[in-house]
Write a new protein. Structure first.
Length: 343
């Protein structure tokens, strides 16, 4: 790693030279991750954004089946690629696209963006029941947890939608309250698919009530909490509720960093560090969103603010370079490693 370049980021510079990804890698135990271009050694993941989006289609599933909105991948690439190139210039090496099945996941687009930008990009399998099931296919309601898991396992083993692109994690979506029957089915299917593939479960969850119930379902299936990411944990108003999940080994993902939320996010990272949980923290922006159906993809949120504003905010609160490295290099490599984690 070029230390001077990284220190420029920590100081809040708007542009820095690229990191070379040569230092502060996680311990190598033969661990690997699955990117859209294939297997990648975990030690090579480098500086990573763990929850972002290239494209999204917010059509309800039933509407999409009848009349899907069209888009041109080349148009999307022209809009998104400069933002990916920008973070690559800031030292970012990897990018987790968290767009769920039913919300515009496009493996061909992500492969194109990965090849053009040089970034390692991860994509998803799974299903998404958040927003009151509006993006949920009927088959999710009809099939058993075991059959759903088989669908997701098949994508990992054979590729997504006729491509050679394989998912890097299981993305599930929940509404944040007490789990419904279909949500409980999803987390059980996630547990089964994890046990077969070793893919991490990234769960759009938000509130602690849903998080605790998801963890209980995983534990009943003998899946360890370290196989599960509490996505949108920043939406839980009581950060002390992170403690129970973290003690069990879960990942706490504070993935909504925005210019307005820098102080709140920094406070929560500080609290988690001071309680000894920094090695389980993930931070990202939930940014991007080329929105299908809107002129020129609508308003696009760039991906660079974590590096140009949030990292300097952590540095101002006394975070060392090693602690920043823990959050953005070591933790993602461990969280998304393909490895079965059972009790």
């Amino acid at each position: 790693m070029k230390r001077r370049a990284f220190l420029q980021v920590l100081a809040g510079a708007s542009m820095v030279t690229a990191l070379d990804g040569c230092a502060s890698r996680p311990e190598s135990r033969g661990e690997w991750l699955m990117t859209v271009r294939g297997r990648l050694a975990a030690r090579d993941l480098g500086l990573t954004l763990t929850h972002e989006h290239a494209l999204a289609n917010f059509q309800p599933y039933e509407e999409w089946v009848r009349a899907p909105r069209a888009y041109d991948r080349q148009d999307v690439t022209q809009r998104v690629l400069p933002h990916l190139q920008r973070i690559a210039a800031l030292g970012c090496r990897s990018f987790v696209d968290a767009t769920a099945v039913g919300l515009g996941r496009d493996p061909r687009l992500l492969l194109q963006l990965s090849e053009a930008s040089g970034l390692n990009i991860l994509t998803t399998t799974g299903n998404y029941a958040a927003f009151e099931n509006r993006f949920l296919p009927q088959y999710v309601r009809d099939e058993s947890a075991g059959v759903l898991a088989t669908r997701w396992i098949r994508e990992f083993e054979q590729g997504i939608e006729g491509t050679a692109v394989r998912p890097g994690f299981i993305k599930l979506g929940f509404n944040g309250g007490t789990l419904s029957d279909v949500e409980r089915k999803l987390i059980r299917a996630g547990a089964a698919a994890h046990r077969d593939t070793g893919l991490t479960i990234g769960a759009h969850t938000g509130m602690a009530v849903a998080a605790y119930e998801e963890l209980a379902e995983l534990e009943s299936a003998r899946v360890h909490a370290s196989a599960w990411i509490w996505i949108h944990a920043q939406n839980e108003p009581d950060p002390s509720k992170y403690d129970e999940a973290a003690k069990r080994g879960a990942w706490i993902s504070l993935d909504g960093v925005s210019p307005e939320s820098i102080a709140m996010h920094a406070d929560r990272v500080v609290q988690l560090r001071d309680k000894g949980f920094l090695h389980q923290v993930l931070v990202s922006q939930d940014a991007g969103w080329y929105s299908v159906g809107e002129p020129d993809g609508g308003k696009f949120r760039p991906y660079d603010m974590v590096f140009t504003e949030f990292v300097p905010a952590l540095k101002a609160r006394g975070f060392s370079e090693a602690e920043i490295d823990q959050i953005f290099v070591k933790n993602p490599a461990t969280a998304f490693a393909v490895r079965v984690r059972t009790l």
